[in-house]
Design a protein around this ligand. Sequence first.
Ligand SMILES: NC(=O)c1ccc[n+]([C@@H]2O[C@H](COP(=O)([O-])OP(=O)(O)OC[C@H]3O[C@@H](n4cnc5c(N)ncnc54)[C@H](O)[C@@H]3O)[C@@H](O)[C@H]2O)c1
Length: 440
Amino acid sequence: MSRTVQRRQFVRTSAALAVGGVLPSPTRAFLPNARLRTAHVGVGGMGGADLKSVSSHTGVQVAALCDVDANILKAAAATFPNARTFRDYREMISAMGDTIDAVVVSTPDHTHAPAAMTAMNHGKPVYCQKPLTHEVFEARQLRLVAEKKGLVTQMGIQASAGLAYRRATQMIQSGTIGKVSRVLAWSYKNWGYDGPAFTSFDDVPQNLDWNLWIGTAAMHPYKKGIYHQGTWRKQIDFGTGTLGDMGVHIFDTPYRALALTYPTWVRTTCRKPTGVGHPERNIVEYEFPGTPYTTDTMRWTWYDGTDAPPATDGLGVPEGVKLPSQGSLFVGEGGTMLLPHVAEPQLFPEDKFKDAARPDPEPRNHYHQWVDACMGAGKTSSHFGYAGRLTEALLLGVVANRFPGRKLMWNAENLSITNLPEANTLLKATAREGFKVAGL
Ligand SMILES: NC(=O)c1ccc[n+]([C@@H]2O[C@H](COP(=O)([O-])OP(=O)(O)OC[C@H]3O[C@@H](n4cnc5c(N)ncnc54)[C@H](O)[C@@H]3O)[C@@H](O)[C@H]2O)c1
């Protein structure tokens, strides 16, 4: 950490202003050479990558590690022998108290909100993996609490810090292709399961605390390969399907660039609900109110699994251009932008845009940005004020896949679906006894 950054932290500069209009305050005054003591919930899979990236900041001291899998916890502890280890994040946050400054949450989706809210209830800044939450209501609550408490937060969408995505954002906002009327976005991935409910089960491995893994969700018997690790994404009680997985990354740039807010309606085309897994293929349409960068209304459509990539007839993509397996397409009044996932934007018609300005954003480290902000220097770009809204919009599409073909009309102010009362029961889950968290 540079001297300048340290000095800036010490005097708590005004650069820390404005997470949703609230002053995000560092947890304590950081004296020169002080370090940010982090606690990590979930240290396998992406949690391992988060641990590495956060701790690569020279101002970080990893103080505590938590995982429900003893083998994973042991492996992480070998790299950070001075960190205290825990199986239960509630115990960790409470036992560590004032000896930790900030919390990183990298668990499966259904545990994001409970762990992040527990940390925020203790006044800790939070880095939380995407999608911010499993439920629409939770996304609203995390945003409101983070804003009310003025806590530094960041959602794990590291691609948003990449130069290509930020260049595309600047080009859209400077009007390169004019006002945008449609966005198409897609991923070939299939985090769905169209099969029946499971009828045979397995013994829980000794290294895994299954009760803590299930957490706030309803208890399910353990089945090898279906939940832990990674495959929980397909199951409705734990993951958010392909939309919640890749949709967050790919929708982020259109959402940010076009300054979108809440959709007015959402409709998913997919197979009938099974009550078990998310559908293996989804086409999800959203309509958003107009913004300074869009026409009067803006239509966004998501395609996943074998429905991706979509057809582009009449959308300004020249014949012979093959769409990438993941990406988005902006249709503007004056041209079309193809934005492959984490690659450079392409503009059509090519002749018209051959000399178009390509801005050059400053390099940014998404993880270090959060660490610096926790210590009082600068602010985060994907704080819960932004990520809460993005996740809320996105998760409405996940709710819509339980009512295929139905247009769900959204009243954002009242947090309700106005034309289908039964859909409102899917906006908020009831936590299992013993796992309730204040504020959720
Ligand atoms: N930003 C990205 O590019 C990116 C990439 C992959 C995953 N992710 C996100 O990271 C999160 C984790 O995904 P993954 O693929 O690593 O899943 P995973 O199942 O491979 O890993 C989850 C880890 O959390 C642990 N865990 C589970 N429940 C826990 C609990 N209650 N307390 C403590 N530890 C617990 C597991 O034992 C495991 O170590 C998800 O939200 C996912 O969407 C983000």
